[in-house]
Design a protein around this ligand. Structure first.
Ligand code: ADP
Ligand code: MG
Length: 269
């Protein structure tokens, strides 16, 4: 028998990990429910209060934008929702599951099976082609490569990049790379897609394509939470939540960039 991390060409899986994410407690549970959520970092002897008691509800199938000045806690909030970091206070449920009740392994499964991540700098693997990058989450989850081949091809088509399947990231524009990273995030049909400044490095027309894809994901029933600086991007969401100094500073219904801009300028003042 083969030894090492691969046998039969497949990543070897822990039996617990192979069993899948913790059971969903109800199809009607909100995508995200946070109560009095806080996060304090220690920097040397100094406490940095990145989040100070935030409440948040994200409906299933909705597109929520989080805005706020730099340092207001946006990325911290997204990282907590994505189970990439743990809160220091309050409660957080994702898809009806309380994260503080989960062990490290269960958190790994939640990230792997329920969540999709889109980053500002795309984070594609430079030595893999576009289609291989899209297929990667399936391989990491221990699936046979053929299982998602059709889905990956459909996703490349969805993001309009079928003809780029064999290209390496360096051979694609930023906008194209971000569309590939969205296809990658969707491969295993996550309930919730988390995006941190997904248009932050794109020109406005590429950004528009990416926002259209995120909008479509939510319209098709998955949920999206996006951190953004851009009021036009936030205007594409159903709801815009503003943070300031780690606290909720207000919210504005989406679809109205003018109101988002006005609110944002009010915050900065
Ligand atoms: P935003 O995404 O809105 O710019 P962040 O959530 O990244 O804000 O940061 C909020 C605050 O928490 C900032 O003061 C930041 O310096 C601090 N912070 C974030 N991550 C860490 C960390 N790992 N260690 C210490 N301080 C951090
Ligand atoms: Mg940030």
């Amino acid at each position: 028998m083969a030894t090492g991390p691969y046998k039969d060409g497949m990543p070897e899986l822990d039996a617990d990990l192979a069993a899948g994410a913790p059971a969903d407690t109800g199809a009607r549970a909100p995508a995200v429910r946070a109560r009095d959520l806080s996060k304090t970092f220690l920097q040397g002897d100094t406490e940095v209060h990145a989040l100070r008691g935030v409440d948040l509800d994200v409906r299933r199938g909705s597109f929520t934008a989080i805005m706020g000045p730099s340092g207001s806690g946006k990325s911290t909030l997204l990282h907590l929702i994505g189970a990439l970091d743990t809160p220091t206070g309050g409660t957080l449920e994702v898809g009806g599951v309380r994260l503080d009740g989960l062990r490290e392994k269960e958190l790994t499964l939640l990230r792997r099976d329920r969540l999709g991540f889109v980053f500002q700098f795309f984070n594609l693997l430079p030595t893999l082609t576009a289609i291989e990058n899209v297929l990667l989450p399936g391989l990491i989850a221990g699936e046979r490569p053929a299982r998602r081949a059709e889905r990956a091809a459909e996703l490349l088509d969805l993001v309009g990049l079928s003809e780029r399947a064999e290209h390496l990231p360096a051979q694609m524009s930023g906008g194209e790379q971000q569309r590939i990273s969205i296809a990658r995030a969707l491969l295993r049909e996550p309930d919730l897609v988390l995006a941190d400044e997904p248009t932050g490095n794109l020109d406005s027309s590429s950004g528009d394509v990416v926002l259209g894809l995120l909008r479509r994901i939510a319209d098709e029933g998955q949920s999206v939470v996006m951190v953004t600086h851009d009021p036009l991007a936030a205007g594409r969401a159903d709801e815009v939540l503003f943070l300031r100094d780690g606290e909720r500073a207000g919210e504005v219904a989406g679809g109205d960039p003018e109101r988002v801009i006005a609110f944002f300028h009010g915050l900065a003042a």
